[in-house]
Design a protein around this ligand. Structure first.
Ligand SMILES: NC(=O)c1ccc[n+]([C@@H]2O[C@H](COP(=O)([O-])OP(=O)(O)OC[C@H]3O[C@@H](n4cnc5c(N)ncnc54)[C@H](OP(=O)(O)O)[C@@H]3O)[C@@H](O)[C@H]2O)c1
Length: 350
């Protein structure tokens, strides 16, 4: 019944989203300036991530293009740099290698960040996969690929960079936005919880990449709510999960060529452009909306999820379940071998 309700909601969302979002401003008019902010955008080399990174560059932030391909990263850096120069700006951006499916790569990235004692205002956990119709596959650590790439990697990255974000928020005296944005999906509503006995789909004979994707996206929202419970209300960091909308990107790349073409042909009229899909990330990363800036408010677990209309909305009830939040946290910390000094104990309210 719950799954059926979720399926209807997601289907309606896909086909009516353009109508529902008709009054949402264009990307350039969403949120607020980001001048002087240092931002990490993961997965900037395609789709929503490219538009997110480009918008922050246009707003004079320093943007780290955290990508797994040096070549694609460099191509994007050059393109955004030239665009900025033509527009009379001095763009500030750099490429850093980061594979969010590899814990070693994440640890190297975070180590270098700590060694350079860099400030960090915005961490946009955008990189993700949806291996539609593909067989079960695993990350190098043996995690189910969606869970590893979409959730466990970003969990580790966030926890390792949290000291930098907290330090930045402290010094910043709350003047500039300090934010964590987890790019999730409305599809998380279709996940019937997280199977605690088999989170990596090892025991199940039949495997569905859709179920694995949905579960990984639910895990992102559960983590977002749990992090908000654990961080002090006055830490100055707003942590959110967003649904970008159903967006025409390369997310269907795992489908056979013919199916990709058919998908693009039939779905294009209903899908958002990548720029439209980046609006909720940019809103949560930059907006001075009181729900994101007021002490405590920004840490209420109930305020953790924003839809493609850039409004706070209700995630799946599983996402706000404190018992699931506690379990997922402990399981994730064990999975990624989170060093104890980076862990945050459960708050009395969780
Ligand atoms: N499109 C939608 O309708 C939709 C709906 C809901 C949520 N989302 C979410 O939005 C986010 C962006 O997706 P998109 O639609 O823009 O997809 P996309 O066009 O496929 O872009 C995904 C980005 O993630 C990067 N990436 C994938 N695996 C990575 C890894 N292991 N390490 C580092 N980077 C990696 C890709 O890098 P490469 O260029 O190297 O492949 C690419 O830059 C994802 O989290 C997705 O789940 C999308």
């Amino acid at each position: 019944m719950e799954l059926f309700g979720g399926l209807i909601a997601v289907t309606v969302d896909v086909f009516l989203q353009k109508l529902h979002l008709r009054n949402v401003p264009a990307l350039a008019d969403i949120g607020a300036p980001a001048e002087g902010c240092t931002c990490i955008v993961t997965g900037p080399t395609s789709g929503i991530g490219t538009e997110t990174a480009a918008t922050l560059v246009r707003r004079n932030a320093h943007v780290v293009l955290a990508c797994r391909s040096a070549e694609r990263g460099e191509k994007l850096r050059k393109q955004l740099y030239e665009e900025g120069i033509k527009a009379g700006r001095q763009p500030s951006l750099e490429v850093q290698l980061l594979d969010v499916a590899s814990l070693d790569s994440i640890r190297r990235f975070a180590k270098s960040w700590h060694e350079q004692k860099r400030p960090l205002h915005m961490l946009i956990n955008n990189a993700g996969i949806f291996s539609m119709g593909a067989d079960r596959s695993r990350t190098e650590e043996g995690f189910e690929a969606h869970m590893g790439t979409n959730y466990l990697g970003p969990f580790l990255l966030t926890m390792l960079l949290l000291p930098n974000l907290r330090q930045t928020a402290k010094k910043n005296n709350h003047n500039k936005p300090v934010r964590i944005v987890n790019v999730s999906s409305k599809m998380h509503e279709l996940a019937p919880g997280v199977d605690k006995d088999d989170p990596h789909f090892q025991a199940q004979r039949s495997y569905s990449s859709l179920a694995a994707y949905n579960r990984s996206k639910l895990a992102q929202v559960v983590f977002t709510a749990e992090l908000r419970r654990r961080l002090p209300g006055d830490c100055g960091i707003a942590v959110t999960a967003v649904h970008p909308g159903e967006v025409m990107t390369d997310v269907v790349r795992s489908l056979p060529a013919l199916m990709q073409t058919a998908y693009r042909f039939f779905m294009r009229p209903f899908c958002l452009s990548p720029a439209e899909g980046a609006r909720s990330s940019i809103y949560c990363a930059t907006s001075r909306d009181p729900i994101l800036t007021e002490r405590g408010q920004s840490m209420e677990p109930d305020n953790c999820y924003f839809g493609s209309d850039c409004r706070c909305s209700s995630p799946s009830p599983h996402a706000l379940d404190p018992a699931l939040g506690q379990w997922l946290w402990k399981w994730s910390a064990d999975m990624v071998k989170l060093p104890v000094e980076y862990n945050i104990p459960a708050s009395s309210s969780s």
